[in-house]
Design a protein around this ligand. Structure first.
Ligand code: ADP
Length: 270
């Protein structure tokens, strides 16, 4: 992974084949608020990258951009070598059409803070819905995949329950299974334990550690759980005011941060 904290222009080196995610000069504003400020970074295939930093520094916006829930004002995002918001037509980069965006986004799954399960669907259907309707799997194939995933997340006996009949930790496990059912190359995790009762946090983090260790999925993770970040991350990106102010392996960022702002942030939360 490479990052370029200080912005001039065109700071990223040329694309190399292992880059699964690449942000080039991405700026995002909400009104006058510059939420991402000329941001450049890339993530190589199979890496686990954690985004840390104070509230409002732009971390979730990165994940929401990758899910195409928001669009950048300028700059480009590439996933697996394809532009996410643009298409090349006649040698020119133009805004992408719906089907192009849908195709690129199939590579990406996301787990949200508030689970976001479909409340009117049983657990099994929460997991099979997208594989059937987006990937075109048969109901039988999707159900067989869902059963395997429910075993992985330890919820086999809850297959026919509705989300409201499950604890927060169990709902979050279903949400993880639902994201994995699409067999994405990239898993985005947005503070996935922050809505959970404290006693349920460890179980969900253990499951994610397990997934990180046993699969080749690329993870981008916003978290305040620093022990978890230390355990799973290949790289940690420290955000402040829409910029990456420091990045590196967890042992460096957590033990010998260079930037004063990183030290302040870690002192405040550790
Ligand atoms: P973080 O994840 O680091 O806490 P976010 O990416 O959620 O930060 O938010 C960065 C900034 O963008 C915040 O100031 C937030 O209020 C603002 N923001 C995020 N989404 C919206 C939106 N849809 N409309 C207006 N402002 C937003």
């Amino acid at each position: 992974m490479s990052t370029t904290p200080d912005s001039t222009t065109d700071k990223n080196p040329p694309v190399d084949g292992s880059q699964l995610i690449r942000f080039d000069n991405v700026t995002k504003r909400f009104g006058d608020n510059v939420v991402l400020d000329d941001l450049c970074f890339d993530v190589s295939s199979g890496k686990h990258v954690t985004l840390i930093g104070p509230s409002g520094s732009g971390k979730t916006t990165i994940l929401r951009l990758l899910m195409t829930l928001v669009e950048p004002d300028s700059g480009t995002v590439k996933v697996s070598g394809d532009y996410l918001f643009h298409e090349e037509r006649n040698g020119k980069l133009e805004p992408a059409g719906e089907s192009h965006i849908r195709e690129v986004r199939k590579n990406i799954g996301m787990v949200f803070q508030q689970f976001n399960l479909f409340p009117n669907m049983k657990v099994i259907r929460n997991i099979t819905e997208a594989p059937v309707h987006v990937l075109g799997l048969s109901k039988e194939e999707a159900e067989s995949r869902a059963r395997e995933l429910l075993e992985l997340v330890g919820l086999t006996e809850h297959i026919d329950k509705y989300p409201s009949q499950l604890s927060g930790g169990q709902q979050q496990r279903v949400a993880i299974a639902r994201a994995l059912a699409m067999r994405p190359q990239i898993l985005l995790l947005d503070e996935v334990t922050s809505a959970l009762d404290p006693e349920l946090v460890a179980g969900v983090l253990d499951l994610l550690r397990d997934i990180a260790q046993t699969t080749d999925i690329t993870m981008l993770c916003v978290t305040h759980e620093m022990n978890f970040a230390r355990d799973i991350s290949d790289d940690v990106l420290m955000f402040d005011a829409g910029k990456i102010i420091e990045s590196g392996p967890p042992e460096k960022i957590f033990s010998e941060p260079e930037h004063e702002r990183t030290q302040q942030f870690l002192n405040a939360i550790l």
